[in-house]
Design a binder for this molecule. Structure first.
Ligand SMILES: Nc1ncnc2c1ncn2[C@@H]1O[C@H](COP(=O)(O)OP(=O)(O)OP(=O)(O)O)[C@@H](O)[C@H]1O
Length: 252
């Protein structure tokens, strides 16, 4: 962790009764970095992501993004500060079209400059934003489809687009490949690789091929603490990581 890290988590603690689910975790994500978080089932990955996004209150420690203290902020305030997340369960509005989903998300994050635009200019700007998001996630050909009728892979891409509407500086992706077949997984890997240019990413994922392909750095959680953190070669060669995770079944 350097003083200039984009995102810093220091000494995070979460207890559930007697269980220490997050055990003094330090984690840093640098600008432009894809940082993967891996670990066996029950290691504390979801708990950590919920602490970072503000869905769970901390029992100890602090968080900052780009020098702004996030500790104690509500989830929507963290989004405004530049931290956006995708969920394991998709947050798409299933009965609306892809375009309406994107327009709603664009509007939600439009910001105060919109107050000074005419209605027509504001609508054009929202439409431009929505179309650009669709282009980014390769859904420009599905704008008028009802979101809930899209195949699973396309819904996950739409979910990513909704998170991108907030223009995050750090994007949390919680198992983006979950439930996907090989073709959709390849497309999601290509999308995440492309997003590297616009936001840093904290990626929680069980698909080790995807993790090793994408990650600049990998942190391994075990029993709520960081067992190891380093580049892919370091993690692949780490004896304890081999023992607790890579050498065993990595499927959920
Ligand atoms: N709300 C809760 N109340 C009590 N215990 C919890 C709660 N949430 C999680 N735990 C426990 O905390 C530990 C960490 O769980 P967590 O879901 O964060 O792990 P995980 O690494 O995300 O697992 P998975 O890969 O299965 O999603 C587990 O022992 C789990 O049973």
């Amino acid at each position: 962790m350097s003083a200039a890290s984009l995102f810093q988590a220091r000494g995070l603690v979460k207890r559930f009764g007697g269980l220490l689910a997050t055990d003094h975790v330090d984690l840093a994500v640098e600008k432009g970095e894809i940082h993967a978080l891996i670990g066996p089932n029950g290691a504390g990955k979801s708990t950590l992501v919920n602490l970072i996004s503000g869905l769970l209150p901390l029992d100890g420690g602090s968080l900052s993004l780009d020098g702004v203290e996030l500790t104690g902020l509500a989830p929507h305030q963290r989004v405004r500060a530049g931290l956006s997340r995708c969920f394991q369960v998709t947050s798409v509005f299933g009965h609306d079209t892809v375009l309406d989903n994107l327009l709603l998300a664009a509007q939600a994050h439009a910001g105060s400059s919109f107050r000074f635009l005419s209605r027509r200019s504001a609508e054009k700007e929202l439409m431009d934003t929505a179309l650009a998001l669709a282009e980014t996630v390769d859904l420009a050909g599905a704008l008028h489809r009802i979101a809930g009728t899209l195949p699973h892979g396309a819904q996950r891409k739409l979910d990513v687009a909704l998170a991108l509407a907030a223009r995050p500086r750090l994007l949390l992706l919680d198992e983006p490949m979950a439930g996907m077949g090989p073709e959709d997984s390849l497309q999601m890997v290509a999308l995440i690789e492309k997003l590297r240019a616009q936001t840093a990413i904290l990626l929680i994922e069980h698909d080790m091929d995807a993790v090793f392909q994408l990650a600049d750095r990998v942190s391994v959680l075990d029993y709520g603490r960081v067992l190891a953190s380093g580049d892919v070669d370091y993690i692949k060669g780490h004896p304890e990581v081999q023992a607790v995770y890579l050498g065993t079944d990595t499927e959920t």
